[in-house]
Every structure is written in C-alpha cells, then in structure tokens.
Design a protein around this ligand. Sequence first.
Ligand code: PXG
Length: 437
Amino acid sequence: MTTFDQDTAAYWMPFTPNRAFKKNPRVMVAADGMYYETAEGQKILDGCAGLWCVNAGHGNRKINEAIKAQVDQMTYSPAFQAGHPLAFEFAERLADLFPGDLNHAFFTNSGSESVDTALKICRAYQKARGKADKIKLIGRERGYHGVNFGGLSVGGIMPNRQAYGPLLSEVDHLPHTHDLAKNAFSKGLPEHGADKADRLLDLIALHGAHTIAAVIVEPMAGSAGVLVPPQGYLEKLRKICADHDILLIFDEVITAFGRLGDSCAAAHFGVQPDLITTAKGLTNGAVPMGAVMVSDKVHDALMTGPENMVELFHGYTYSGHPLACAAGIATLDVYRQENLFGRAHDLAPYWQKALHSLARHDGVIDVRNIGLVGAIELQPRDGQPGARAFEAYLKAFEAGLLIRTTADIIALSPPLIISEQEIDVIVNTLDDILGNL
Ligand code: PXG
C-alpha cells in the first residue's frame, strides 16, 4: 500500500475548494475498467465515467495501443497549412457517425473550445451570407457551455459567471426546463414543459430574428444536474429556429458517444441541429480533444472567396493532434466493436428501475433518468445549500463509489461497460447513504 504525502500547494485545482481538499486529498493513482485505485490502495467504483468522458471504461487496451503506436510514428505535425492522415480519417469517421449532413469536423482540445468555435462559426456564417446584423447568441438558464468567454456568456450557471463580467453583450437566455412541481420522478422525458421552447418566440419578438445568429442548448443539460428535455421541447426549438432562419447548436459534450444509448442526442431524439459540439467521449478521455460537427449548409457558405485565402480565421495549435486522433479513431472502433451505444440502450431500463428505488427515502425530492444518466435531487438543508449532497459524496467515496454532485443533486453517468451487478452496487451504496443523511 502506498500513501499520499506530496506537497499539494503548487497545484491550483480546477472547480475544487482547494484549501478544504488539500486538508484531506482524494488522489487516484490507477484506473482499470470500472474502477480507480486510490493512493491508499482503495478500489473506487466509477459512477460518473471520470467527468462524463470515459464511456468505454478506464485503460481500454485498444485505445492505449493506438496511442502508443502513434507516439512512435509522430507526436506532432503543424495544424495549419499541413495535415496528417489520422486527422482526415477521424473527421471522415465522425461525419459518418453523426446524423444528417453534419459532414465536417473542426477539431479543438476541449468542450469549452468546441463551444466557442461553434459560436464563432455561426457568426461567421451569418456574416458570409451578408447578414451582418445577425450576431445575437441565445443560450439558456442553467446551461453549461464550458468556461471560455463565449461559452460563459451563453451559459446560465450563475457562480460560473459572477466573477468575470462583462461577458459578451449580444446574448440572451431562454428559461430552463426544470419543473419539479409538474415533473418530479419522471422516467425518461418529462411530460410537461414543451411550451418553454415558445419563449424563443418572445426573444425573437423582442430582438428581431434579423439580429439572432444562433441558439445553443444542451439537448440534455448535464452539469446543471441532469435536466432531461420535456417531450416535444427540442422539436419545437428546432422548428422555431428553422422558421426564423436561426442556427441551432446542440452542445453534446456530454450526450454524444453513447450516453443516451445512441451515437448522440440528435440521433436519439431525431432532431437535427445545424452544429454539434463534442469532446469528452470523443477520445474516451484518453487524450484531450473536442470536435465541432458542422452541416454542409454552414460549412459550404464559408467556402467562398479566393481559394488561396483562409476561409475561417480560427484554429488551435493542437487542432487534430496526432495522439488525440489516434485515440479517437480507436475509441470509435471500440464503441462499435463492443456495441457500447447499444449496451447503454439495453441497460437503460434496468438502470431506470434501480435508480427509482431510491425515491423512497425522505429528503429525496426527485429521481430522473435517461439513457445511462441519472440524478437524485435532495431537499437542501436549511441555510446550507449543497451540504447534504456533498456529505453524500464524501460518504460514497469512503464506501468506494465515485459520484458527482452539483448543489443538492447527485448526478450519475457510469462508463457504458457497467454491468447490472455494478449498477446494483451503485444503488445499494446510495441506498445506505440516503437512509442516514
Ligand atoms: N459543454 C458541455 C455541455 C459540458 O458538459 C463543456 C461544454 C466544457 O467542456 P470542457 O472540456 O472544456 O470541460 C462541458 C463540460 C460535471 C462536469 O460533473 C461537466 C463538465 C465538465 C466537468 C464536470 O457536471 N462539462
């Protein structure tokens, strides 16, 4: 057994209460399949696929081998004005995987970069069509679109925005769709709330469609605590956008690559956006990478002007990084060979039944689920928002289970390789904890 006794001062940890954490660090030193191992040698069952990214489980051998082979072949080639075979191959594979005419992949290094890239592409598209006034970007309350300035501006999670203003000015927000009074304990899509999409008509009446470039939403909002779209909501948004010549972006950083039991939420719901942002499951979290999938319509409108000119003044040194592409191609192979999207689809009913058994506990005010995602919302303690769920987090970790919490919501999103038996372990562990909170 090893123990962790390193100095922790220099590492400024992201989205972490650094001072509290460093008094009692939780440190992972290895991971395999469904489990981490901590510095103290404890096995921890991964209830959230890392941070919603390790969909094929930890340490997948095929993905690891592909990365190792590429390390020996070439670890970098310039992203601008030069290419390498894996970037073209990976883009083509993604174009085949995503529905409709989302035939073009712009590579980034994270979900945040994917979002800012997509927002910029939408503005550039409108400008290229001569619609220079169409610049407004519409997000949604409780939306999470990463931490860069564009994504923060359209995002709707207050603490993430508070310290950083002013953000982009030409932005507005739709209302969120969470409505426990009407939809508590929904299984799958909640029944009520499609009408919330009509609020886009109000924003169009307020600003004019001629000023709006794009709407961005997570088809299922993950970070805000698993907000499943009401029945008919996404279809309505799609229609209103189409009727008013507004682009629709689905932020699928969490939902793409099997989380809902399909390649992506657009395929799952049968609603076709103009752009899809991805990251996370794109490479199974093995090498950082994001991709924006762009429709023919948007892409082709920007392929104009003299052929020797850059069409889109945008990109990253590490766009299409060779190691990330190697990881991504192998990840897609693993998803297909192991039928992991189908597995998520097939496990979803078992998952749903198991999770909803937790509804019996006092203090549980909602259980909701879709695909291999679940949330348990707890009644906050008086004057201590988030305390109850965080206590559950600490107790779960002690008991060998990793969960995510946001405010008083426990979010679950295990790797898609999870077994029914492991689902039982997650639910039984939470059952014990929720009985004593
Ligand atoms: N869009 C969406 C929909 C996301 O969920 C991002 C963009 C940003 O991705 P990057 O790669 O820049 O972090 C995300 C990220 C959680 C959690 O536990 C969620 C995310 C990241 C970390 C934790 O809810 N989502």
